[in-house]
Design a protein around this ligand. Structure first.
Ligand SMILES: [Cu+2]
Length: 142
């Protein structure tokens, strides 16, 4: 009986994941040679898709950068050390960073609906320190 329950819970675990997301990004202290980093820095999704940021290591969050989201999109800032998800309803480019690590490279971009019409305002964002080069590189690849 115990074995059967174990088997059923195992199957249910895979059929009903705890969250339904179209893309999952880990918030990490370390990835290869980088420290304080999102596992994916640049992601393309469709309108209506959800991104799930997993708090693998504590101390990180997701904050949309002022001027770094398309017109009509709501601003967004998550709590530290918490899993968080966001459903993208407005097409365009979204720039975000981890609040405490914004100047040491913990930044990311999401392109929704392949819409790059707000690229000019994204390019006007002031990135600090180590994040400057990373932002330049990511934006030039768009
Ligand atoms: Cu961080």
């Amino acid at each position: 009986m115990y074995k059967l329950i174990l088997k059923i819970s195992f199957i249910l675990f895979f059929i009903y994941p705890a969250h339904s997301a179209d893309v999952s990004i880990d918030m990490l202290n370390k990835l290869d040679r980088e420290i304080n980093v999102y596992s994916k820095k640049l992601v393309n999704v469709d309108v209506g898709d959800t991104i799930f940021w997993k708090s693998v290591n504590p101390g990180h969050n997701v904050e949309f950068i002022k001027g770094g989201i398309p017109e009509g999109a709501e601003k967004f800032k998550s709590s530290y050390s918490k899993d968080v998800s966001y459903t993208f309803k407005v097409p365009g480019i979204y720039a975000y960073w981890c609040t405490p690590h914004k100047s040491i490279g913990m930044i990311g971009f999401v392109v929704v609906g392949n819409d790059k019409s707000n690229l000019d305002s994204i390019k006007k964002i002031k990135f600090f320190g180590k994040s400057k080069k990373i932002a330049e590189k990511l934006l030039s690849s768009l």
